[in-house]
Structure formats: structure tokens, C-alpha cells
Design a protein around this ligand. Sequence first.
Ligand code: GLA
Length: 404
Amino acid sequence: MHVSARLTLAALALASLSLLGPTQAPAQSQQMVAATPPMGWNSWNFFAEKVTDKDIRGAADQLVATGMKDAGYVYVNIDDTWEAERYANGVLHTNEKFPDMKALADYVHSKGLKIGIYSGPGPKTCGGYAGSLGHEEQDAQMYASWGIDYLKYDLCSFIPAVMMKQAPNDKAAQMKLMIAAYDKMAKALKATGRPIVFSLCQYGWDGVWEWAPALGGNLWRTTGDIDPHWDRVYTILEQQDGLAKYAGPGHWNDPDMLEVGNGKLTLAENRSHFSMWALLAAPLLAGNDLPNMKPEIKAILTNKDVIAIDQDQLGKQGTRAYSDGEVEVWTRPLSGGAMAIAVLNVGDNRYSTHPFHLNLTKLGLHGSQAGKDLWSGKEVTLTNEMPIELASHDILLVRIAAPK
Ligand code: GLA
């Protein structure tokens, strides 16, 4: 089924959290699962239901060959459509596209990478394949036995099959059932003893950011699906404002996987999408065709300075400082007292931002600020009310080492 059609279907149906502070010991954070936002690649945005074992091996090879692995992309995540039927003993088998999951996991691990898989709490996945309902422990144990390092758990058919069936017309009871289903898989994963990143995919329902960390969620989708169009990327970006306080080491808001290099996104749009996901401390899961990646797309995905913003140890998500007409200014506090500033031209119909003037006072800064433009790689000095000219959908991303 088409993604948007499936999500329309989903839409129809329609704890306490301890933030770990900057003083957290580094040794502890190294052991923590998803101490920084997970980075890797996921099959869905490019291959969708066509993905095969060969594509996953190819992606692993390319992460190494392109330098993406060295830049931090370690998870190779198989999305939906690997599942076949359950046998009488309840064991779920892979379909012909994935003849031997253990061998595939071993292959990915042999490259120094990690491997992720996909399921959901309902009887079926979003793509109509077998889900984990009633087999949560069994599935979790099987993932662990294969050596799986990451699970994306997608709500989809749990909505009509359980929530609407068991609690028709009772939204609150439906949400309780949903939370219990995620809690069940979280416990099943924990019981395996294997560190497995737990990614909640339920489109941001019921303030997931408020309850997911307490049950052990490492990331949670905050919205419906992304697609490779600027309007969608921007709509998702707008929905992230206000969620910053819920993110931190081990638990992240997930505005969905990257579309960098997909569809008809322009170079400026790809750059802005990547910059803003870094500013949001979002998981960076590339979703493009790695074997056919253009050099300019590789340059975006492997920009080490931008990745360093995303992966900053402080783990504080950025926020929108102000907007002025069609220009938005976002900032993110970084470890060591540094700061990232993003100036984004979201205007569609006007080619350039001129005459936009950056107001540093609104960012709590005084006087000129020495920094680095992370896309040109050049040193820059920002001054109050300096004019900044950006083409439509382009971005200026600056790191200020010692903001005053
Ligand atoms: C949903 C999810 C997507 C993807 C598909 C797979 O739409 O939100 O990210 O996993 O299901 O069927």
C-alpha cells in the first residue's frame, strides 16, 4: 500500500523522565545505548518494500567505502518487508528476500557496523507483513540470537486490530493499550540482555515524548512519515518546536529518517534538511541510494562539522530563537559553552532573503562573534544586524566556539 494511503488509514483511527545533564560521566555515557542520536542508514526511504538481503549488504559495503562509517554512520537498518509467516511453534520466518538473517547480521557486523530490524505491536506491519502481536518475547529473543542491535517498532495495524477493537470510542483507553504494547516490547528487549536500540514509531501520538523515555525508548517518531519534498521536510521541522526539553542522552525526538539525496530536493534543500536535523539532535539515518550517491550528496552527509553538532555530547536539542518574515533563526547550545546558529530561508516565492538582518541580541549575544561557517568551512564574524543573504530554502549554519 502507498505510504500516504497507509498513514491516512492510521490517522483515521485517530512518567516521569529524568534528563541526564551535562555533568554525566563520559564513561557512563559511552556504555549507554544511544548516548548520542543514532546514526546509520535505513532501507525504507529509497527501497521501500523492494529491499533485499543484497541491498542491505550493498549498503553496508557503501557505508565503509564512502567514508560514511568513519563519519559515524554505524546502523544498517532493515525496514518493513523482511517477514514471512509464523510456523506452528510461533517462530517467525524471513521471506525469500532475506534467506538467512543471521548470516546477514554477521556480514554487517564483520564490517564493523551494527544492524537494525523492524516490526510492530499489531498483527501486521504497515506493509501488511507479520507483526509481533502475541509473540513479543519470542521475537525479541530471535532478534537477539541473530545479533540485532536496533528495533524500529511501528504501530500501524495495532490501531484497528487492538485499540479500536478493544476500546471503541474511548481514546484514553486506546492510548493506554498503545503504551502498554510499547512497554511490553521494551521489557522483552531488555530481557534478552543484549543492548538493542528501541525506536518507537507511532507518529507522535499521545505526547510520546512524555512517556517513551520512562519505558526505555531511545527514540520516538514525533510526526507522520517524511517524504522527499521540501514542504514535507519543513512541515516536520515546524512540528519540532517545543519538544527540545524531552531529548537528551539515551532518548531522542525523531523527526523521521533523512531524505538527503532523494527525490527532487535541491542542493540547498538537502543542506538545510541535514543542518536542521543536526540542530534538532535528530537521529541521522540516511535513506538514499548509497551505491549511486552523487559526490555533492556524499559531501553533505559526511560534513564532519555538521555531524559534530548533531552528536554533541551535551545532547541538548536546538530551538527556534525567532522568525522574521520568511527567515527563521534557530540555536543549539553545545558542550564547552559553544553554540550553533542556523539561519534558514523558508520562503518559497522570493529568491533571496535580502535585506534580512541577523539580530544577535535576540540570541542573547552581545558584540561581534567569531565562528565557523560549517558549509563553506570558512571563519566568519557575526555582527549585530549584519545583512545575510540566502537563496530560497538555503541555510547559514555557524558554530560559535565562545559566544559572548
Ligand atoms: C510506516 C513508517 C515508515 C515505514 C513504513 C514501512 O509508514 O512510518 O517509516 O517504516 O511504515 O511499512
